[in-house]
Design a protein around this ligand. Structure first.
Ligand SMILES: Nc1nc2c(c(=O)[nH]1)N[C@H]1C(S)=C(S)[C@@H](COP(=O)(O)OP(=O)(O)OC[C@H]3O[C@@H](n4cnc5c(=O)[nH]c(N)nc54)[C@H](O)[C@@H]3O)O[C@H]1N2
Ligand SMILES: Nc1nc2c(c(=O)[nH]1)N[C@H]1C(S)=C(S)[C@@H](COP(=O)(O)OP(=O)(O)OC[C@H]3O[C@@H](n4cnc5c(=O)[nH]c(N)nc54)[C@H](O)[C@@H]3O)O[C@H]1N2
Ligand code: SF4
Ligand SMILES: [Mo]
Length: 701
């Protein structure tokens, strides 16, 4: 028996692990007490690393879909087939006919992260998509406009802050996002233990609400209004302490005149006194951090919400100060190194609906229509990497139908799921324990600067390929098939991830190397977050304009809707995450799915009574985009007028290939979410706050 230091990369918390092995068999997985960052923290999902590794349903070799079912093929044949079909469709219909979708685990897989962007550039398509447009895009958009780079997103200094003000995040379930903070519940308890406060706004009394000093219900989609009213109070009461390099406060104040606490109380359900009191407390706190995640990004006013969060931090002097919010200084600084683009906006628009690109990507809400609408520029082929958009993007059922219409589809994934079942070829990478790991992406959002390199825990099986090897080889063969004038050499594709890391570490301020990190298997703590502004701003003159014209015009456009109360009898659907789920893909682990069902629609008992629904009933849930049937559970934790359904369920379509997940009950919430219901300016899908009706299934409305 031997014990190996490892890292869990299932979520953003980046927990350090100790894995005990007997030969190549996993005997035990536990939190590593000697990891300076995670200090032994672990959650129930970590054992899934073993379950994925052992899962007989996981693909080990490429498969091809044929009329008589899935057929295993060898790598050589698979690469040639995918490269020639993609290049052929490009030659016939142009580069935009091949679309690319990068799913969430790309940012968790070192090799996918180092190699997928190069292949994307090689494909040269304007039809590029990722999970960003069902996730963090509003934050990227705001950072691009305020700080000059989409990834200069400040992180709450949770270990030192005196006041943690949270909108639309549930770190007790998600373990934190754009805030890598292993052991977040402990950190929140410590915050309160040192006399700090946590105040949370969420339409559901969540697991995180139970940790907070105060939880306030808020009508979905009204956060921006509440925060703008807070800013107005702070400015009018002379409590603002803006930094010397911040401009535009006067213009901004003038634009929010109508956001009085009284008026905002009517739309949000948050009492005016509460808005004013929290604004005063926030401004008076010796240090404070305002933070909001998917609940305030994937909603109608995602960009305005994320803007208001930045403003709250900027006007109270909490931006770039210990205990406030700070930008990390990671060992590999991809912002300074230029590997991450500052961002650009509206350089082109989607063909059918005319939605603007952001930083080279179109909103995934337009993907299905770009496949289904005939004409010049129509998408005819898809390449996906670690993605399940049929379950994770709005009107996933329509997208599933669209994928069935493609001329060709290929996916890099180790499961045949609701999305990859449409692929002609699936190329499976090694699993998470068979490859080296370094959190290249999430090291940008840690609550302390840390660096940890984890060599593969288990050997790579014969004939297996890593994500980067798959993408790199495919890229090589694809490039050869292109006419010389269409080739785009991507030198990074011929490097290994380790070489890329070494280059990045040496260029970074700590002058590290992979060899040095190997000597510290549990990682290096590089210290608490440090002020670094305005030097790192990528704006003109290194100044921050609080009121950039694009956001000001969005505010102008949205003001009326934002200040109009929604109908009193309207029911709005919100999402839900559970500690033991992970988006759409850990449901094939028996250990994780056991226990009480987690897929139910939650509703307030009064709302159920008004609709004649009983606890446990199968109900019909209807939106403008679709209908699903699912069991309903009564919960006093829901704000009246809201209902909650988690995403990532509804695996019936993959019944034949996911033997455990395929037997789970539940429906996909994204058969209800609507590709036309968006955060207008960024195109991010409004997955929260979707109007629905709920009836017993036999009632026809
Ligand atoms: N266990 C687990 N962990 C995960 C994941 C997972 O699926 N499972 N997914 C990972 C990923 S990809 C991400 S991006 C992160 C997400 O991390 P979080 O954003 O922290 O995750 P959620 O639990 O979705 O929290 C969103 C909260 O917003 C609330 N909400 C909905 N609408 C509104 C609204 O209009 N206003 C306000 N104020 N609140 C609203 C919801 O009730 C919910 O509690 O989690 C990551 N970690
Ligand atoms: N209604 C609603 N919808 C949502 C959300 C919500 O809150 N509400 N949350 C959204 C968010 S924040 C996100 S990020 C998306 C996530 O949705 P997606 O981006 O679709 O990602 P996952 O569901 O995590 O799908 C992961 C796929 O990646 C594969 N995979 C895992 N690891 C690897 C790997 O290392 N390499 C490769 N090649 N494949 C791998 C898995 O087998 C699985 O098939 O969902 C979004 N959808
Ligand atoms: S919180 Fe859980 S899933 Fe996330 S990194 Fe830690 S052990 Fe893994
Ligand atoms: Mo996400």
């Amino acid at each position: 028996m031997r014990t190996r230091a490892a890292a869990c990369n299932l979520c953003e918390a980046m927990c350090g692990l100790n894995i005990t092995l007997r030969g190549d068999e996993i005997v035990d997985i536990r939190g590593a007490d000697d990891d300076p960052f995670s200090k032994g923290h672990i959650c129930p999902k970590a054992v899934a690393l073993q379950d994925i590794h052992d899962d007989p349903d996981r693909l080990r070799l490429p498969v091809r879909r044929t009329s008589s079912g899935w057929q295993q093929i060898d790598w050589d044949e698979a690469f040639d087939l995918v490269a020639s079909r993609l290049a052929g469709i490009r030659a016939q219909h142009g580069a935009d006919a091949v679309a690319l979708y990068l799913g969430n685990p790309v940012v968790h897989s070192l090799g996918a992260l180092t190699h997928a962007p190069g292949f994307a550039r090689m494909l040269g398509t304007r039809n590029r998509f990722s999970s960003n447009s069902v996730d963090v895009l509003p934050s990227q958009f705001v950072s691009y406009l305020l700080y000059g780079n989409q990834w200069l997103i400040p992180v709450p200094d949770i270990d030192r802050t005196g006041y943690f003000l949270v909108f639309g995040a549930n770190p007790a379930a998600s373990n934190g996002s754009v805030m890598s903070a292993p052991g977040i519940t402990r950190r929140i308890r410590e915050l309160r233990g040192r006399g700090g406060r946590m105040v949370l706004f969420d339409p559901r009394r969540t697991e995180s609400a139970r940790l907070a000093d105060e939880h306030h219900f808020i009508r979905p989609g009204t956060d921006a209004a509440v925060m703008l009213a807070m800013v107005r109070t702070i400015v009018d009461e002379g409590l603002a302490r803006p930094l010397p390099y911040v401009d535009g406060l006067e213009d901004f104040r003038a634009a929010i005149e109508q956001f009085t606490p009284e008026r905002v109380a009517e739309v949000s359900g948050v009492p005016a006194e509460t808005i004013v009191r929290i604004a005063r407390e926030y401004a008076a706190a010796p240090s404070a951090a305002c933070y909001g995640r998917t609940g305030v990004s994937t909603q109608r006013f995602g960009t305005l919400s994320q803007w208001a969060i930045q403003i709250l931090n900027l006007v109270t002097g909490n931006f770039d100060r210990p205990g406030g919010v700070l930008v990390t200084q990671p060992a590999i600084d991809m912002i300074a190194g230029g590997q991450l683009s500052p961002g650009h906006y509206a350089r082109w628009h989607s063909r059918v609906r005319g939605l603007p690109e952001f930083s080279g990507e179109l909103p995934v809400a337009v993907l299905a229509e770009e496949i289904l609408t005939p004409g010049e520029g129509q998408i005819r082929a898809m390449f996906t990497v670690s993605a399940n958009p049929v379950l994770s993007t709005p009107a996933g059922h329509t997208l599933g139908r669209a994928l069935g219409e493609l001329d060709f589809m290929a996916s890099v994934d180790f499961y045949i799921n609701e999305t990859t079942r449409h692929a002609d070829v699936i190329l499976p990478p090694t699993d998470l324990l068979e490859r080296d790991h370094f959190d290249l992406f999430f090291s940008m959002f840690t609550i302390r600067d840390v660096a940890r390199f984890t060599p593969a825990v288990l050997p790579k099986p014969d004939g297996a390929r890593h994500d980067w090897q798959i993408i790199g080889e495919l890229a090589r063969r694809y490039q050869e098939l292109l006419p010389p004038d269409e080739r785009k050499d991507q030198p990074a594709l011929s490097l290994t991830p380790e070489q890329i890391l070494d280059y990045g570490l040496a260029a970074g301020q700590y002058k590290l190397s992979v060899a040095e990190l190997r000597r510290h298997p549990h990682g290096l703590d590089l210290g608490p977050l440090r002020p670094s502004m305005p030097a790192r701003l990528q704006t003109d003159g290194k100044r921050i304009d609080l009121a950039p014209p694009l956001l000001m015009s969005e505010l102008q456009r949205a003001r009326g809707e934002l200040l109009t109360p929604r109908p009193a009898d309207e029911l709005l659907l919100i999402g839900r995450r559970h500690l033991r789920d992970n988006n759409s893909w850990l449901h094939n682990s028996a250990r994780l799915v056991k226990g009480r069902p987690r897929h139910h629609l939650l509703m307030h008992p009064d709302d159920m009574k008004a609709r004649d629904l009983a606890h446990g009933d199968l109900v019909s849930v209807r939106s403008d985009a679709g209908t699903v049937e699912v069991e309903v559970s009564a919960s006093e934790d829901l704000m009246p007028g809201t209902a909650s359904l988690p995403h990532g369920y509804g695996h019936a379509l993959a019944r034949e290939t996911l033997s455990i997940a395929g037997t789970l009950p539940g429906a996909s919430v994204n058969d209800l979410t609507d590709p036309h219901y968006l955060d207008h300016i960024s195109g991010t899908a409004a997955l929260n706050g979707v109007p629905i009706t709920v009836t017993p299934p036999h009632v026809v409305v």
